[in-house]
Design a protein around this ligand. Sequence first.
Ligand SMILES: C[S@@+](CC[C@H](N)C(=O)[O-])C[C@H]1O[C@@H](n2cnc3c(N)ncnc32)[C@H](O)[C@@H]1O
Ligand code: SF4
Ligand code: SF4
Length: 336
Amino acid sequence: MIYFPKRIELELSSFCNAKCVSCTRVDIDEDNGIMYYNPFGVRDLNLDLEFLQEKFFYQPWFKDVKSLYSIGNNGDPMSHPGIAEIYREAKKHGRNLELSMHTNGSLGKTETFEELAEIITGFGSSIIFSIDGLEDTNHLYRAGVSWKRLMHNVKTYINAGGIATWKFIVFKHNEHQVGQAKKLAYDLGFKNFRISSNLMTKEVAEKKLQKLWKTNFKLVKEVKQVSGLPPPHGWKPGYKQPKQLWIDRVELEPECTRDGWFYVTSDKRFFPCCNTYYCSSDNYKEFYDWFNEDGDWNDLTKYSVEEVLKHKKMYELVSTFDKPKINRLCAENCKK
Ligand SMILES: C[S@@+](CC[C@H](N)C(=O)[O-])C[C@H]1O[C@@H](n2cnc3c(N)ncnc32)[C@H](O)[C@@H]1O
Ligand code: SF4
Ligand code: SF4
């Protein structure tokens, strides 16, 4: 294997109840402020326990995995109805496994949060709640997230002994609330409060949100599209010109080889990291075309973890890290 998997990220679910505009689930037509599903996106799938047991938890190398977490690009892990059982199983087969996840906090049953509070314990483990503001502002970006439900889940989890982190993304509409949110976080029993940088510049966020507030986050029906293929004829929103795949070398600190990163998509494919799996039309098509020019070698329903980590594409990718031309996504995400 090119490296041993040490840090496994599972996109447990590609379902979500929210409509955050910078998420890969959705795109916005900037002319009219209407949201569309990203035609490159994978949606509404859950990873099943049997698959995870066979491919990961029952494997001899799994006991040496350091961390297992679920963030996901296309969904919220708390959408998965079996999440507590999956985390419990993983913990049983791991040794000092750090467990964590990121969630908008408004999905999941009360009992599930109680169970997770028992399971997600120990150094480095936590549920990271993405809460971008207070009752009057969180939904201005996190459209569809009920504050009442979010607070219920947070309190259930923390009162059951759960380790929680509040992650706050700053926008123009919530920047004045950072101090208040921090105070509320510690009053509620969060262990950490973290400010996170926004993927969008303030100007872009403001422009898009102003439009969405006017349409009340109107989302038109799904555009049928198979992941990885070019956008359908006539597709307009969000589709921009292809970008270069290989660019001039920059000094890298590759997280995949450094940490043994192994990313599993909700449709059971392998990518070395979440940065190579964003499903966005303009940014990633060239990478997908190159990554899969030999076929479906990263399909984990057909191949084992060992097989994908021995595949020549992975050697090719890693061998470029110190070549004069490197992958653009690596340069953007793992620059030293
Ligand atoms: C796509 S989300 C999936 C996990 C979960 N649904 C959530 O939102 O926390 C993955 C991560 O992206 C973060 N995120 C969402 N919008 C962002 C933005 N505009 N800038 C930076 N991070 C963002 C979320 O807070 C989360 O930590
Ligand atoms: S809550 Fe997370 S997965 Fe859901 S739309 Fe927002 S960023 Fe995407
Ligand atoms: S962006 Fe490239 S270098 Fe960084 S972790 Fe992903 S594959 Fe590795």
